[in-house]
Write a new protein. Structure first.
Length: 291
């Protein structure tokens, strides 16, 4: 077990840190980001559980299934999360369906909680009761967005002429309500992190305007924004094998070709992402190591 997690001990009233990947728009890299967070934590020696709330597409579940299949086919050992999937209720009554889904979520959480240091939840790209439930329960909410005003519309309404924020979007309002419910339930705050995926390395007016809007949203709705994953073909190539960039060195690269400079840079990208999330249990271990 790596040193960073070797001394991590669970107290009798242990509660795992809940990391929720959520937004209401597809194509932002939610499941890819979730899997890289999961494997990066596993490789630091932490015990990680996953809950996939998108029982229709099951992107995170499929990623983990591909990982198991790859290991079996190649007689290979890789760290694995304890994975659960929560399906939507089939009850026709809204009240019965919500009660059923709440119970299903709590059962999945309870089955993972005693052994997990962290639980990573992947939400569907739509507004559902299960998604709202997970948002309210989150300790860290990660919202991946592509670096464009199409994706920023998820967070805020922006004036077309001045590029000033006119008000929060429906999703931002939903998160605000989730934060209020959480504060009322246990007095804790949800750390909302906006993850900027596919950020261009080139200077552009659009990039500058997106930056200005995110700075304003930091003050107005209390987000933190951090760099996410770049636009790299390797992310799409890894999914069928269930691998992440954190596995490539052990796996000998893609197709046995070793690690390219692009792969090394992308691994650093994932490490920076994990550090920027500022997960409390990681910070405590790092503080112990430097004390």
């Amino acid at each position: 077990m790596p040193d960073s997690a070797a001394a991590y001990k669970k107290s009798p009233n242990h509660r795992p840190h809940l990391i929720v990947l959520g937004n209401e728009k597809g194509g932002s890299g939610k499941s890819t980001t979730a899997m890289h967070i999961v494997v990066a934590l596993l490789r630091e020696g932490y015990s990680v559980g996953t809950i996939d709330l998108d029982a229709r597409q099951k992107s995170l579940t499929r990623y983990i299934e591909n990982r198991r299949a790859y290991c079996k086919a190649h007689d290979f050992k890789l760290p694995m999360p304890d994975a659960k999937t929560v399906a939507k209720s089939e009850h026709r009554s809204a009240d019965e369906a919500e009660a059923d889904e709440k119970e299903r979520f709590e059962i999945a959480y309870g089955e993972l909680a005693s052994n997990a240091d962290a639980i990573v939840v992947d939400c569907p790209g739509s507004d559902t009761f299960l998604s709202r439930l997970a948002h309210t329960a989150a300790d860290t909410l990660v919202t991946p967005v592509n670096d464009s005003f199409v994706d920023l519309d998820l967070l805020a309404r922006v004036n077309a002429d001045t590029f000033k924020v006119e008000g929060p979007s429906l999703y931002a309002e939903m998160v605000w309500k989730a934060r209020q419910r959480r504060a009322g339930a246990d007095g804790k705050n949800i750390d909302w992190v906006v993850l900027r995926n596919r950020v261009s390395s080139l200077h552009a007016k659009n990039k500058e305007r997106v930056e200005a809007v995110l700075n304003e949203l930091t003050k107005r709705i209390g987000i933190r924004y951090i760099p996410g994953l770049g636009e790299r073909v390797v992310y799409r190539e890894l999914f069928p094998r269930g691998l992440t960039l954190m596995d490539l060195k052990e796996a000998g690269g893609l197709d046995g070709k070793g690690l390219s400079m692009s792969h090394v840079a992308a691994r650093q990208e994932v490490r920076r992402l994990l550090d920027s999330l500022a997960l409390p249990f990681r910070q405590k271990e790092h503080q112990k190591e430097t004390a």
